[in-house]
Design a protein around this ligand. Structure first.
Ligand SMILES: *Cc1c(COP(=O)(O)O)cnc(C)c1O
Length: 367
C-alpha cells in the first residue's frame, strides 16, 4: 500500500527536536502566542524574505485578515480563481465583498492575467491569485495590472511555502501573502495554523491587532477583532520544521522529476513548470481521462491518490449564490474533471514513485 501522504515518516526523522519544543511550551505554559510563536514568525519572515510575519490560527484567517486590513467589505469586488480550495472564495464572502472569478491558464492552472484585466471594475479592491499545487501564478503580469489600476494583490500562498517566482519567494511579491500550516501542507503544524507576511508596516500592525481581539495594548480594544491567534504548540512545531523546509522542497522536486521521467510516453499530462519559477509540488497533479475509473483502479492496486479539486468553486452547491454556471469558466472545469493527485512527500521512496507510475500507466492502458 502506497499512502497519499505519510506524516509519520517525517515526524520520526525530527521527533527529538519536536518533542523537546513541545515540552518547552508545556514547561512555560505559553499556549497562545508566546516565545515559540515569535520565534516561528521570525524564522518564517526570513524564509519568505519579508519584514513581517504574523502567526494566525488558520490559512483561512490569514486570508480573512488580509482582506480586512485592506478595508475591503460590502460593495467591493475581489478577483480570484475558481480552481482553488473553497477558503479563498469564502474569505472574500466573510468580509461581505463579492468574489469575481476568472479562469485559469491552460498550462499552469493558475490565474490568467488577461482574464483579470477584463474583470476589473471601479469596485475591484483586490486581486487574489492562488499559487496552486505549489507553483506561483504569473506574478509579473498580475503585479503589473495591480500597479496600473492601483489595486493591491493578496497572494494565497497556502500551497506554496518557499516557492519562487524569478528569485522572489511566494507571498513576498504582493501587498501581503497568506499561508496555511494545516498538517498536510508542505510546512505543516500538528493542528491548525497560518501566517500573514508583508513588508508593509501599517498592514502588519493592523493584522496583529485584528488577530488578537482588536488589541494593541492589552485591555484596549481599538476595533472589532477576532480570536485568530496562533497556538504555542503550533508555533513550536512550525519553528522546528522551518529549518527543514528548503531541503524538503528539494526532495519534492526530485520526486517530481522522477515521476515526469517514469510517466513520459504514457498519455499523462504531467505538471509544467513556468519558466523562471521554482515549483514546490504541494500536490503532484496529473491530468488523465476518466479520472474516477483511473483512481479506482489505482486504489485496488494499493495506490492512494487524491483529487484537488473535484469541483471548481463556482460549481460547488454551496456557492451557487455567486451566480455562475457550468461552462462559464471552462478551463478550470476541464482541469477539475481530469486532475488526479499522486502520492507526493519528500520521504516517498524512488521505488514507490516507480510503482505508482507503472500502475498508473497500466490503469490508463486498460481504459
Ligand atoms: C489550505 C488552503 C487554504 C486554507 O488554509 P487552512 O489553514 O486550512 O484554513 C486556503 N487556500 C488554499 C489554496 C489552501 O490550499
Amino acid at each position: 500500500m502506497i499512502k497519499f501522504l505519510d506524516l509519520q515518516a517525517q515526524y520520526q526523522v525530527i521527533k527529538p527536536e519536536i518533542d523537546e519544543a513541545l515540552q518547552d511550551v508545556l514547561d512555560n505554559s505559553s499556549y497562545i502566542l508566546g516565545p515559540r510563536v515569535t520565534d516561528c514568525e521570525n524564522k518564517f519572515a526570513a524564509l519568505c524574505d519579508v519584514k513581517h510575519a504574523i502567526g494566525v490560527n488558520t490559512g483561512t484567517s490569514a486570508l480573512h485578515l488580509s482582506l480586512l486590513a485592506h478595508d475591503i467589505g460590502p460593495g467591493d469586488e475581489v478577483i480570484t480563481v475558481p480552481l482553488t480550495f473553497v477558503a479563498t472564495v469564502a474569505a472574500i464572502m466573510y468580509v461581505g465583498a463579492k468574489p469575481v472569478l476568472v479562469d485559469v491558464e491552460p498550462d499552469f492552472y493558475t490565474m490568467d492575467p488577461e482574464k483579470v484585466e477584463q474583470a476589473i471594475t471601479s469596485r475591484t479592491k483586490a486581486i487574489m491569485p492562488v499559487h496552486l499545487y505549489g507553483q506561483t501564478a504569473d506574478m509579473g503580469a498580475i503585479m503589473a495590472l495591480g500597479e496600473k489600476y492601483g489595486i493591491p494583490v493578496i497572494e494565497d500562498a497556502c500551497q506554496a511555502h518557499c516557492a519562487e517566482y524569478h528569485g522572489r519567494r511566494a507571498g513576498s511579491i504582493g501587498a501581503v501573502g497568506c499561508f496555511s500550516f494545516y498538517p498536510g501542507k508542505n510546512l505543516g503544524a500538528y493542528g491548525e495554523g497560518g501566517m500573514v507576511v508583508t513588508n508593509d508596516d501599517r498592514i502588519a500592525d493592523k493584522v496583529k491587532m485584528l488577530r488578537d481581539w482588536g488589541q494593541r495594548d492589552k485591555g484596549v480594544h481599538e476595533c472589532l477583532g477576532y480570536n485568530y491567534r496562533l497556538e504555542g504548540f503550533q508555533g513550536a512545531v512550525v519553528g522546528v520544521k522551518a529549518k527543514y523546509i528548503e531541503q524538503w522542497s528539494e526532495g519534492r522536486r526530485s520526486r517530481a522529476a522522477l515521476y515526469a521521467d517514469c510517466l513520459s510516453g504514457h498519455g499523462v499530462a504531467v505538471p509544467k513548470v513556468r519558466s523562471g519559477c521554482e515549483h514546490v509540488y504541494h500536490v503532484y497533479a496529473v491530468l488523465v481521462d476518466q479520472r474516477e475509473k483511473v483512481q479506482e483502479a489505482l486504489a485496488s492496486d494499493g495506490v492512494q491518490t487524491g483529487v484537488h479539486y473535484k469541483l471548481p468553486v463556482h460549481l460547488q452547491p454551496g456557492y451557487s449564490q455567486l451566480g455562475y454556471g457550468k461552462g462559464d469558466l471552462p478551463i478550470a472545469e476541464k482541469v477539475a474533471s481530469q486532475t488526479l493527485s499522486l502520492p507526493m512527500y519528500p520521504e516517498l521512496k524512488d521505488e514507490e514513485v516507480e510503482v505508482v507510475s507503472e500502475r498508473l500507466a497500466l490503469a490508463l492502458k486498460a481504459l
